[in-house]
Write a protein that binds this ligand. Sequence first.
Ligand code: GLU
Length: 287
Amino acid sequence: MNIRDRLKDKQRIIIKIGSSSLTHPGTGALNLTKLEILVREICDIRNMGKEVILVSSGAIAVGRSAIGISGRPEELEVKQACAAIGQAKLMMIYQKLFSEYGHMAAQILITKNTITNPVSRRNAYNTFQELLKLGAVPIVNENDTVATYEIQFGDNDTLSALVASLIEADLLILLSDIDGLFTDDPHQNPDAKFVEVVEELDENLLHMGKDTSGSDVGTGGMSAKLSAAKIATTSGTDMVIANGEDFHVIHKIMQGQNYGTIFVGKKDHSFSLVDYLRSIHHKEEVR
Ligand code: GLU
């Protein structure tokens, strides 16, 4: 079967949205029109009988606009405080929109350590399983009070792949402000070519990622996305990176249409997620 056609049969789907895809570029405030489309797309996938998990950033952006801070704050603790204010507000909006379509939203806040600690990992796994059994849509974010990795580097790219690995998702869709993977930075190099399918994520490709994101609300650059692809694909999850400019792209991807870059999942039993996380853990700022 064609790799794209395979996407039609996916049952357990994770959709990850970065802050820049949820907010207006000028003000950083939530783009409610887009949010409404996102929730409708997700509810429709649920109506098809599939399971959906949403990994949503946006807590800092919502918090800062509630407080009235213009621009992304510099200090880590201000970002954490914004996230604490914004997360509750963000969930309030999601709850409202999901209930309008007759669906239940649930909040899950985790960190990388949730996955590396066997007890927390089991607890998180059990909660996800139960929520999915109940038909709820888990909405996941980093617990920014106790961890800052995603604030500093990932914009939840890594987190979404960890969730994919934890609950053995069939498909992870990362929606961002880029169309997918290019052979070079398309903003700098007009000869950069678009990559439609990645069958094997080798070292060469992993180094193709760039660390910048070009947005003032999010942090996830291509390198965070490739790191997420490494975790997802070695856990056996297919992953698509596509542009989140128009969230209708979600059902188009699910129909097997040619959007974004697809990374083919191939379970690798020799890959140690815990070792991999330790190798990227040293980056997090500890004060
Ligand atoms: N947890 C953060 C948030 O929801 C994600 C990282 C970011 O947006 O920079 O805002």
